[in-house]
Design a protein around this ligand. Sequence first.
Ligand code: URA
Length: 234
Amino acid sequence: MRLDALLSRVGLGSRSEIQKLIRSGLVQVDGVKVLSPAAPYGGGRVLVRGSEIDVRLERHIMLHKPTGVVTAADDPAKPTVFSLLPKALLSLQCMPVGRLDKDTSGLLLFTTDGELAHRLISPKREVLKVYEAVVDSNLQEADIALFREGIRLSDFTAKPAELKILDARRAQITVSEGKYHQVRRMLAAAGHQTVALERKSFGPLSLDPILSAGAFRELREEELAALYRAAGMR
Ligand code: URA
């Protein structure tokens, strides 16, 4: 790949802006100034204006989504999950794997691998998602059975899910689907309004407790391998 194309892919600017940057002598690869935008990039540390640039094209990220941001690339009125991530990720089309509602917090994955994302959210794969919910009324033993049987909602019947009562108004819910407002709607069908909802895990990955709301990190090799296995790709 040409150096100017690479730097443009990672969000450093338009091709022509980058060509100017390179010709001005502001780009180095492994300590050597590169003056030709067409120079092929075959690896090595890239510095632009003296700062190292992350030039990996394949990225896989775990974000602790806070409440109040929408899972979208852009929104006219509300902040988006991308406002929390480096610009390069949007430029690289590192996209969320499914969605979380604006008012839901927790584990949201991003990947540049469209096939991986597609498989992980495919209803056929039934990848398990675990949520923790706080509700406005006391949970009952009957709720467990209701979730286990599968709940009839206005437009579909939710597949059997597991509800574990953690304390009077707090439950852990495991679902294999990802329909719009699904967990909130299932809880509402059982007579509980959701006060707070957080996703704790997605398939083989759990939300890293080191990440405070709004923080993110790259997936580790073993996490990525587990995710590819869950997607039936490796
Ligand atoms: N279920 C919901 O109701 N909301 C989410 O964000 C995810 C699952």
